[in-house]
Design a binder for this molecule. Structure first.
Ligand code: CAA
Length: 284
């Protein structure tokens, strides 16, 4: 089944808006679903701003920008997703909420539609079993910022059919992403490697082994990474990082995933990284 129309649930979040922008730029009709009008307006304005910046930088033409925007529609009713070939859920990382979203999608979407989740840590088979089509459910895990990062992790559960996996991979390729296939285990491939690295940088800072700038500079200048670990942590969002670490720790009981006290304290204080204006660094 060729994918022509894509729905995105949770499109007003950073990841959701990025996925909508990416799909629209790649030629898909996209429906962004959100029940919050205010956040819908803000998300559309952010997408518009990013596309304008790409025009300024001459990465896309003004006509490309207009065409991408024209492919995006929004709705506060899930029934607007009824004729989508693929729906990508990118709601907050809450299992009960996501199960509810999948059950609702299952009742409104066409029987042949594929349902995907952008979760970075929750068990996808649990979401699949909230539907009557577990063979048509898979993970499509994007990286922030979704329009720029080259990777897409395609995650298959024990129930995902070969056909669904093939469609998910082909869809990712049509977005010009590099595809890797991972099992439905917390962290998949990237976060299994990334989370211990980020947590170790926070532990290093907490025990006073090095200043924040030196930790980040070590990795940027020593390994040629675009951002240091504390910058990446702020970029992901410290609440999201804590959530992912907790899920991975609960599942594995491995100390490498145990959240450092400093991370917990910062989240308690509302220092969530870029999105709140303060994390390991301050942002205007
Ligand atoms: N569309 C288009 N451009 C966008 C964008 C979007 N949606 N979002 C951000 N940008 C652009 C900004 O406009 C800005 O460009 P300008 O300064 O020209 O306006 C640029 O991104 C950010 O500024 P930089 O100077 O940092 O740009 P850069 O070219 O050096 O690189 C980057 C940007 C690609 C983000 C690079 O810094 C990078 O690769 N950083 C690492 C990010 C990373 O690790 N992401 C993964 C996080 S883990 C995750 O997402 C998954 C998980 O499960 C935890």
């Amino acid at each position: 089944m060729p994918i022509k129309k894509v729905g995105v649930v949770g499109f007003t979040g950073v990841m959701g808006a990025g996925i909508v922008q990416l799909c629209a730029q790649s030629g898909y009709q996209v429906v962004g679903f959100s029940r919050n009008q205010e956040r819908t307006k803000k998300a559309l304005a952010t997408i518009e701003k990013h596309l304008s910046r790409l025009v300024e930088k001459e990465k896309i033409s003004p006509a490309d920008k207009a065409a991408a925007l024209a492919r995006i529609s929004t709705s506060d009713s899930m029934s607007a997703l009824a004729d989508c070939d693929l729906v990508i859920e990118s709601a907050v990382e809450n299992m009960e909420l996501k199960k509810g979203v999948f059950a609702e999608l299952d009742s409104v979407c066409r029987p042949d539609a594929i349902l995907a989740t952008n979760t970075s840590s929750l068990s996808i088979i649990d979401l699949a079993m909230a539907t009557h089509r577990p063979n048509q459910v898979l993970g499509l895990h994007f990286f922030n910022p979704a329009p720029l990062m080259p990777l897409l992790e395609v995650v298959r559960t024990i129930a995902t059919s070969d056909e669904t996996l093939a469609i998910g991979k082909a869809f990712g390729e049509s977005l010009n992403k590099t595809i890797i296939v991972a099992r439905d285990a917390p962290g998949y491939i990237v976060n299994t490697l990334l989370i211990p690295y980020l947590l170790n940088a926070i532990r290093m800072l907490d025990r006073g082994q090095a200043a924040r700038e030196d930790i980040d500079t070590a990795i940027k200048a020593g390994l040629n990474y675009p951002m240091g670990p504390l910058q990446v942590a702020d970029y992901i969002g410290l609440d999201a990082l804590l959530f992912i670490a907790n899920i991975m720790y609960e599942e594995s009981k491995e100390p490498q995933y145990a959240a450092p006290p400093l991370l917990k304290k910062m989240v308690t204080a509302g220092w969530l990284g870029r999105k709140s204006g303060k994390g390991f660094y301050e942002y205007r």
